[in-house]
Design a protein around this ligand. Structure first.
Ligand SMILES: [Zn+2]
Length: 243
């Protein structure tokens, strides 16, 4: 139990540092977002999908149900984001730039929900045995830096203030700790977890391809930006080889 709480505090630090990094280098936000888009692709392809396939094989789940969850994650966020634009944009400027502070907040809240599940993952890992728990924790801590980075990038890109971005960063950083503590009180069925993974993969694919990547290229495209995206994917590929 002490290990679970200590490791979830490490996720807090990792997420928070990622967010501060994005605030510090906000004049380089385009480069950060190009890298982050690659990271998201890598997380979906080399982290989430292999885990889904593993769980589907172990429990003999119906893979179509997981894919429905993926489509739901993609479409739900798409609908949410565009509905915010329809309801809050009253001028052409707002529509053409596809940006609104509330979209940043909705994205940050979705990342907070995910971070809660990161914490749940650590707790559940330790319920299996300490080795599994530690492996999950390493996976979570190493990618949480990018969770924090994405939270701040999406907040700032949608024209939120530094102060509000830090507030949402704090929320995203604290939720893994809450998620880890929650596993001391309740049990999460494997079926729910695999559906969550599908749903989250859909969400990541959407924000990666529809928000973060277009934002990275919104001023101008360059080979450097494309290189950073490839680097982001390779980064996650490399990390996931070791865990
Ligand atoms: Zn995470």
């Amino acid at each position: 139990m002490v290990a679970v709480i200590l490791l979830s505090i490490a996720t807090f630090v990792s997420t928070f540092l990622g967010g501060l990094f994005a605030i510090k280098f906000k004049d380089k936000l385009h480069y950060i977002m190009a890298f982050a888009a690659g990271v998201l692709l890598g997380v979906v392809a080399f982290d989430i999908f292999p885990e889904i396939i593993r769980q589907v094989n172990i429990y003999n789940f119906n893979s179509v149900e997981v894919m429905i969850a993926l489509v739901a994650g993609f479409l739900l966020f798409h609908i949410l984001e565009k509905s915010i634009l329809i309801q809050h944009c009253h001028d052409e400027e707002c529509f053409t730039h596809h940006k609104h502070p509330n979209i940043g907040i909705a994205s940050a809240l979705a990342l907070a929900g995910h971070s809660f599940m990161d914490g749940v993952g650590i707790g559940l890992g330790f319920q299996v045995n300490p080795t599994v728990g530690l492996l999950v924790a390493i996976a979570v801590i190493s990618h949480d830096f990018t969770d924090g980075m994405n939270t701040v990038s999406l907040m700032l890109a949608n024209r939120n203030t530094d102060k509000k971005s830090k507030l949402l960063l704090l929320l995203v950083a604290i939720t893994p700790v809450l998620g880890a503590i929650s596993t001391l009180f309740f049990h999460v069925p494997a079926k729910f977890l695999v559906l969550y993974l599908g749903f989250f993969a859909g969400f990541l694919l959407y924000i990666g391809a529809s928000d973060i990547l277009p934002e990275a290229h919104s001023k101008q495209s360059s080979y450097r930006l494309m290189g950073l995206t490839i680097l982001g994917t390779l980064f996650i590929f490399t990390i996931t080889r070791f865990i």
